[in-house]
Design a protein around this ligand. Structure first.
Ligand SMILES: O=C(O)C(=O)C[C@]1(C(=O)O)C=C[C@@H](O)C=C1
Length: 306
């Protein structure tokens, strides 16, 4: 049975995302304590793939996931899913709001309920945990008074809900990736995302040259984000997500151009998009037009044009 690591323990948002991305009846789900640990299990061949959170609509990207994909031996995403994110506040039975001195959760979860905390638990100190489910464990063990968890963490728990269905932004969502070692790229679906990370030279215009390679080919950029390379101040890695699949000529040509001109390009995957529809390629940038233009060039090179 294929083994899939995920950010655990059980009852995290990531576990729910994993259950959407793979069939739990035919895959063994292995909880890992951190994103880095889940990715390491893949690199060490202890599991076949891992599910990790990559970005949230309120708090932005998940830095351990970006760094974990950019550094170390290559890993690629083969699928994604987007989950709605609402939270439950779990306490030990009998605890009232006035008793709560410490509230714990994953930093991304705490960031999404900050207004609720200010209004309802203004005196509680925040403690970071590795996941929302780890926060529930901390409360059960008595190391914190309240946990901000996924709604599913309340099910079958000895803890009780002080509040449910909270979150400062009503329609918050988190996107998760299924990643594995490089292998066959999933077939294009017509609504795909390609993810890459590039390092450019620090000179005027180098980032805009990257963007121009995409713009020239009518490629819709969905996300751009920078993280430090850790070498020295001022040198960054840029994470780019854009519509399209590496099998499409326009995407392939853009990637080849970036490979020629950037200091480093790492392909992080082409896979079916879960967050809406990609716009159709603008005129002149569709697969048929690229194919026709390549045939025309071949003919001209062979002296076939009058
Ligand atoms: O702690 C969890 O339950 C997770 O799956 C992690 C995570 C995240 O990294 O953003 C996932 C979704 C929520 O946004 C809060 C936390």
């Amino acid at each position: 049975m294929p083994r899939i690591a995920y950010l655990g323990p059980e009852r995290t948002f990531t576990e729910q995302a994993t259950r959407r991305l793979v069939d739990p009846a035919t895959h063994e789900l292995i909880p890992a304590t951190t994103v880095a640990a889940a990715l390491e299990l893949v690199r060490l061949d202890k599991v076949d793939a891992a599910v990790v959170p990559v970005e949230n609509s309120v708090e932005g990207s998940v830095p351990p996931t970006l760094d974990g994909l950019a550094l170390g031996s290559p890993l690629v995403a083969i699928a994604e899913t987007v989950l709605p994110v609402r939270f439950t506040v779990l306490v030990r039975p009998g605890t009232k709001a006035a008793d709560v001195r410490t509230v714990t959760s994953h930093p991304h979860a705490l960031a999404q309920v900050r207004e609720w905390l200010a209004a309802n638990l203004p005196n509680a100190a925040e403690l970071a945990t590795t996941s929302t489910a780890a926060a529930a464990v901390a409360v059960a063990e008595g190391t914190a008074d309240a946990a901000i968890t996924a709604p599913i963490a309340a099910e079958g728990s000895a803890l009780t809900a002080l509040a449910a269905d909270i979150g400062d932004v009503a329609d918050a969502v988190t996107r998760f990736l299924l990643v594995r070692k490089p292998g066959l790229v999933p077939a294009p679906t017509g609504n795909d995302r390609t993810s890459i990370v590039v390092v450019t030279e620090n000179r005027p215009g180098s980032l805009s040259e990257v963007l121009v390679e995409l713009a020239l080919r009518g490629i819709d950029l969905c996300r751009i984000e920078s993280r430090p390379t850790r070498e020295k101040l001022g040198i960054y890695r840029f994470f780019l997500d854009f519509a399209g699949h590496i099998a499409e000529p326009r995407v392939g040509e853009a990637l080849s151009a970036l490979h020629r001109t950037c200091s480093d390009v790492r392909f992080l995957g082409s896979f079916a998009r879960a967050d809406g529809d990609s716009p159709p390629p603008p005129p002149g940038t569709g697969t048929a037009e690229f194919t026709e233009a390549a045939q025309w060039l071949t003919q001209v090179r062979a002296g076939g044009q009058a």
